[in-house]
Structures are given as C-alpha cells and as structure tokens.
Design a protein around this ligand. Structure first.
Ligand SMILES: CCCCCCCCCCCCCC(=O)CC(=O)SCCNC(=O)CCNC(=O)[C@H](O)C(C)(C)COP(=O)(O)OP(=O)(O)OC[C@H]1O[C@@H](n2cnc3c(N)ncnc32)[C@H](O)[C@@H]1OP(=O)(O)O
Ligand SMILES: NC(=O)C1=CN([C@@H]2O[C@H](COP(=O)(O)OP(=O)(O)OC[C@H]3O[C@@H](n4cnc5c(N)ncnc54)[C@H](O)[C@@H]3O)[C@@H](O)[C@H]2O)C=CC1
Length: 308
C-alpha cells in the first residue's frame, strides 16, 4: 500500500510541498537500521525492515524488543502491563522482508543503513530506483561517503538526501540532514520533518566528507589510535582520560568498539583513497589486525576490549 501524502506550506502556486512520510522501508537490520526502525515504529510510522536473511531479521527484531524493554522499564516503571502493551503495539508497526525490491514498492521513504561501501550502496539504490514509486524519497545513513556519489546510481537526484543518525539511535538526539546540489527543497523539508517526527533534533549539513560530527570525530579517534600505537598511552588510560578529563561518555577505544571496527576501517580506507598523503589517514596496524581476526567490537563480543 502506498502512502503518498503531501502538505502544502504557504499559499502561492510555488508553495513548497513536502512528502509526509507515513511508511518507511529501512534497508539493513544491523545496529543502525534496527535502531532507526525502533524509533520510527515508536513514533507511529509503519516500518518494513529489510536484510539479507530471515535469521538476521529475527536478530534485528530481538534487538528492537530488547531496546524497547529498556525504554519501558523507565517510561512505565509503575505500570508493567501498560509497558508490555506499548512494546507489542510498537512491534506491530514493524514488518520484515528479505526482498528489498518488493519492500520498496509501497513506501514513502527508502532509508539505507547497509555496509559502508560505495559500490554496494550504489548497486542497491540502482536496483530499487526501478521499482520504487515516483514519489518515494531515497536516503542514506552513510557515515562518510558522498551522498551525491551514492545518488548518482539513480534517476531521482531531486528525491535523494542524507539522513545520518547516531548510535545508539534510541538515545542519541541528533540527525544530520544532508541535501546535495540536486536535492529539491521539498525532499529536504520532508527529511527535516521526518527527523522531527522521530523526536530528533535535525541539523542541516553539506555533502562534505563526514558532514559535521564525523569531520570532527574521525581525526580525534585517529589521533587516539596513533597515540596508543606510538606507546604514549594504554587504551584504558586514553579512555579514562577522555571520559574524566573531557567529559565524554565513552573514550575513543570504547566508542570505536561501540561503532564497529569494520565500519571504522571502511571509513579510514575510503578517506585514504581521497586524501592519500594525509598522515592522519595512515593505516592503523592494530585496527587492521582486529578486523582481520573478526574482532569487530561490541557486536561480535570483542574488539579493542572483550565483552563476553
Ligand atoms: C585509524 C582509524 C581511523 C578512524 C576513523 C574513525 C571513524 C569514526 C567515525 C565514526 C563513524 C561511524 C559513527 C557515526 O557515523 C556517528 C556516530 O554514531 S558516532 C557515535 C555517537 N555515539 C556516542 O558518542 C555514544 C556515546 N555514549 C553514550 O552516550 C552512552 O555511553 C550510552 C547512551 C551509549 C550508554 O550510556 P551509559 O550511561 O554509558 O550506559 P547505560 O547502559 O547505563 O545506559 C544509560 C541509559 O541509556 C539507556 N540505553 C542505552 N542504550 C540504549 C538502547 N540501545 N536502547 C534503549 N535504551 C538505551 C539505558 O537503558 C540507560 O537508561 P537508564 O534510565 O539510565 O537506566
Ligand atoms: N555503527 C555506527 O555507529 C554508525 C553507522 N552508520 C552507518 O550506518 C550504516 C550501517 O552501519 P551499522 O548498522 O553499524 O552496520 P551493521 O554491520 O551493524 O549492519 C549492516 C547490516 O546491513 C546488512 N546488509 C548488508 N548488505 C545488504 C544489502 N545489500 N541488502 C540488505 N541488507 C544488507 C547486513 O546484513 C547487516 O545486518 C553504515 O553506512 C554506517 O557507516 C551511521 C551512523 C553510526
């Protein structure tokens, strides 16, 4: 079922029209996709969550359920039955599919949160562009890739933008909304409105590497790796120092494990290709070793630290 609604802002014939997003198809049921699905479903949106297999999707729904239970523990502290009702109501808003093509056919927004690899994202969007309705907006949750480069695989450059959420999505209030030079005002407004409907605070940013937050966060994390590799501080001391000295909730090594070391490696490798002479983007032996060993951080039970 397609949910195509428009609102008009202003009264002239040139009034800006924004698509009201009722149904969202989220591609990628990992950390970010399941978090976004949870928040969208909690705010009354119908969600179809897509991943490559039913097994992964079962895990995604379990993650959503677990996170919802953490939320209701606080929100419905004195009313456990109402809390359970809330969990079930939100879960009803989420359906799953391992067929991205059919999931894109009746939706207002396709939001991609798959692996941080340009070619893989382009292949996905190029495929979905042929199947999704004309009004459907496409958006990527990429942390580091150019939205224009991803959008170039489609014919809907005016209906394509960046919607960058933060991890853990249920807790982090920010969304970076990125329009390219081809993104229409209507699309940009729709993405801003959608972010607000999710209870987030959107900021507008340009299609530049890392947008705002990661442009500042990447050099910080990189410098922590290099400092540690030079033998100038243990991981533990660096983390304690940044928590107690700078007031960050997590130190850079804890945060890296939380983000996922594979994602960090994809970002670093990609930025090195763009800027090969920048010493900050030199490979980190430690990072490469951990990723090669499948130690990807919290999600696999081990990264810089052990979680089992
Ligand atoms: C050479 C190398 C190259 C390097 C390149 C570097 C690349 C790096 C670029 C990054 C790329 C990708 C990242 C990205 O694009 C953008 C990001 O997302 S960056 C990450 C942003 N996130 C953070 O910075 C998180 C920081 N941490 C925190 O804010 C807190 O630690 C956290 C909220 C996660 C947990 O809080 P904490 O007090 O530590 O633990 P608790 O477990 O007690 O939780 C507190 C509170 O929150 C509730 N809660 C936590 N998680 C969830 C959840 N998933 N769902 C629901 N609720 C949750 C929990 O229940 C607690 O509630 P109480 O009421 O207090 O009990
Ligand atoms: N991890 C983080 O802290 C943040 C990550 N991001 C970005 O979000 C995206 C996803 O990151 P995570 O959720 O951390 O990754 P993840 O590894 O937890 O999840 C990715 C999911 O995508 C699925 N997938 C891969 N290819 C697919 C395809 N072709 N079709 C359908 N599903 C596919 C995988 O099976 C996996 O479940 C990346 O672009 C990342 O840069 C953005 C903000 C924060």
């Amino acid at each position: 079922m397609a949910f195509f609604h428009q609102i008009c802002r202003g009264f002239s014939s040139s009034a800006v029209r924004a698509v009201v997003i009722k149904h969202v198809t989220i591609i990628g049921g990992g950390q970010m996709g399941s978090g976004i699905a949870q928040v969208a479903a909690s705010t009354g949106h119908s969600v179809t969550l897509v991943d490559t297999s039913e097994d992964i999707l079962k895990k995604s729904v379990k993650t959503i359920e677990g996170s919802l239970r953490r939320v209701v523990k606080k929100k419905f502290a004195d009313k456990p039955e109402a809390g359970e009702e809330y969990v079930q109501k939100v879960l009803k808003n989420v359906s799953t599919s391992s067929d991205a093509g059919s999931a894109a056919q009746g939706t207002d927004l396709v939001l991609e949160a798959i692996v941080e690899n340009l070619q893989v994202k382009q292949d996905l969007f190029s495929h979905l562009d042929k199947l999704a309705p004309a009004h459907t907006i496409f958006a990527s949750n990429t942390s580091s890739l150019s939205i224009s480069d991803i959008a170039s695989s489609t014919s809907r450059l005016d209906r394509f933008g960046g919607l960058h959420f933060f991890n853990p999505v249920p807790m982090m209030k920010l969304v970076e909304v990125c329009g390219t030079s081809a993104t229409s005002q209507e699309t940009f407004d729709s993405l801003m409105n959608f972010s607000k409907e999710l209870g987030k605070t959107p900021v507008s940013c340009k299609d530049t590497p890392g947008f705002i937050v990661n442009r500042l966060l990447v050099p910080y994390i990189l410098e922590a790796y290099h400092l540690h590799e030079r033998g100038h501080g243990s991981k533990e001391d660096v983390d304690i120092a940044m928590k107690l000295g700078a007031g960050y909730p997590m130190g850079p090594f804890e945060l890296s494990d939380y983000i996922g070391l594979d994602t960090i490696k994809f970002i670093l490798d990609g930025w090195r290709v763009m800027d090969p002479n920048n010493p900050s983007f030199a490979p980190s032996e430690l990072l490469n070793k951990l990723v090669a060993e499948g130690k990807l951080g919290k999600k696999t039970g081990e990264g810089f630290y052990k979680y089992k």
